[in-house]
Design a protein around this ligand. Structure first.
Ligand code: 4AD
Ligand code: MG
Length: 467
């Protein structure tokens, strides 16, 4: 076969230099036609759109034509021509076809209309479907948008560690990291594990958040963000929880909680706008096939400011709703950790737009949040979104050494692991604030998928870590 440099589908579909000899490589999505002629839809992943290849069967060996089946990988040389058929502007008149990889009959993506549950079982193949191709291209574009947003604002990308000895959220939902032989764990006289004999000489875990290290960086570089995987061993089998998820955590010196909310709102709107500008075809596909309200919902978020109110006012609204007959699965009262049904009620029913709740009870929030003068609440802020509930969690941080020390003691957190964090409050402490955006929660919103397992290539959830 003559060597011609390969053109990506995405580029080819824009070309108009009809008559040129081109080469494409990709996978067969469908083949139809007659005894004489085959129409082969090929996709190479660069775009959701297939390229139609027209093959005059008589010009080729019958054995080769037989191998052009759904899933097979081909390299095709041919002339770029204007398409006579509807649905595409250009097509390729094949002059040479090479089968790079035949596809076995057992290929599970022959037919259309598989359930999401079934596709999860074949996560090694599902990126080849239209829906997952679209989702993973959008995932890429969102990551780029995030880096661009912060870079353009002068934030530095800071790499927080994945293995850590501290529990940032204090919720104890951590996966242990050890190289000890689990069949022969060294125990001391009291029956406790001798972590001194472990790889790091101490007890370590996979991080639940890069925030504590991010705070150190903010007190040096001014404004930073982290963007990496985080891990939580919480047994939450919901469509919004993963055991391994990616989080973006900006942290900014001298920001208070209002600045923090401004940044969060600007950031998330930027990401949504970026998707609308850069992922048009994929979004149109998802809007048509997955969620008919998707594009409208994305535009809705950009339209006007998010509603900001305190947790206490939010509870009043929910209590009134209950009094008026609204039914929730979980109870509503001041002090409760809101469930996603409560968050969604505020967003979808009451305000009909994204909501930022502030000043939560300190008992349901992490130790590092700045305490309000009332002694009961902290300067927290959660951004709540339609369909999702909490998409961002953040706060102004406690910058006073004594107050922070007191809180760590009161909560019985291991002070010996926190010495370095406390020292920032001793050596030129400064007011600062930050938040965490769950990357997959953002993707749930932007793609319209309804289960978080379907916006990450290889989901990790309780009892599931295949691939
Ligand atoms: O509210 P969270 O727990 O906040 C923190 O981790 C802070 N350290 C962030 C900060 O202030 N720097 O988590 C932040 C966000 C949530 O709002 C949610 O979007 C996402 O992370 N998240 C999860 N996403 C998927 N699966 C899970 N199990 C998640 N837990 C939290
Ligand atoms: Mg939270």
């Amino acid at each position: 076969m003559e060597k011609i440099s390969r053109t990506l589908n995405v580029d080819l579909l824009k070309r108009e230099d009809f008559g040129t000899l081109v080469n494409i490589k990709g996978w067969v999505r469908t083949r139809r036609g007659s005894k004489k002629i085959s129409f082969v839809a090929m996709n190479d992943g660069s775009t959701i759109n297939n390229v139609q290849v027209v093959i005059n069967n008589e010009q080729f060996d019958e054995s080769l034509i037989k191998k052009i089946t759904t899933g097979a990988c081909l390299s095709v040389n041919g002339k770029l021509v204007e398409s006579a058929g509807s649905g595409q502007r250009v097509e390729i008149q094949a002059s040479d076809v090479e089968i790079l990889g035949v596809c076995d009959d057992s290929y599970p993506l022959q037919k259309k209309g598989h359930t999401m549950e079934f596709l999860r079982e074949i996560a090694h193949l599902r990126p080849r479907t239209n829906a997952f191709g679209a989702v993973f291209r959008i995932r890429h574009h969102m990551a780029i948008a995030i880096h661009k947003f912060f870079h353009d604002k002068g934030f530095y990308y800071f790499h927080s560690p994945i293995i850590t000895s501290s529990d940032c959220e204090g919720a104890g939902q951590m996966f242990k990291v050890t190289s000890l032989d689990l069949k022969n764990v060294p125990l001391n006289d009291e029956g406790k594990v001798e972590y001194e004999k472990d790889f790091f000489g101490k007890e370590t875990h996979l991080t639940v958040s890069g925030q504590l290290e991010g705070e150190l960086a903010a007190t040096a570089l001014g404004a930073i963000y982290t963007f990496g995987p985080t891990f939580r061993a919480e047994n939450s089998n919901t469509p919004r929880h993963l055991a391994e998820f990616w989080m973006i955590e900006p942290e900014v010196a001298f920001n208070d909680n209002n600045d923090n909310m401004d940044l969060a709102e600007e950031f998330i709107k930027y990401c949504v706008q970026w998707a609308l500008d850069n992922c048009k075809e994929d979004l149109e596909f998802l809007n048509k096939r997955i969620d008919k309200g998707l594009i409208e919902r994305l535009k809705g978020v950009l339209d006007g400011p998010f509603k900001r109110l305190t947790y206490t006012d939010g509870i009043k609204i929910l209590e009134k709703a209950v009094a008026d007959g609204q039914e929730f699965q979980y109870p509503v009262y001041w002090g409760v950790d809101l469930a996603s049904e409560h968050e969604r009620y505020l967003v979808e029913k009451h305000f009909e737009r994204p909501v930022i709740l502030t000043d939560y009870p300190k008992e349901i929030k992490a130790f590092y949040m700045k305490q309000n003068e009332d002694g009961k609440t902290v300067r927290a802020m959660d951004v709540l979104f339609p369909k999702i509930g909490e998409i961002i969690g953040g706060s102004e941080r406690e910058s006073d050494y004594d107050l922070l020390h007191e809180r760590i003691t009161a909560l019985n957190l291991p002070m010996k692991d926190m010495w370095w964090y406390l020292e920032t409050r001793k050596y030129g402490t400064c007011p600062h604030a930050g938040f965490g955006l769950g990357f997959e929660r953002l993707l749930l919103f932007v793609t319209g998928m309804s289960n978080i397992r379907d916006v990450i290539p290889f989901p990790r959830t309780p009892h599931s870590a295949d691939f």
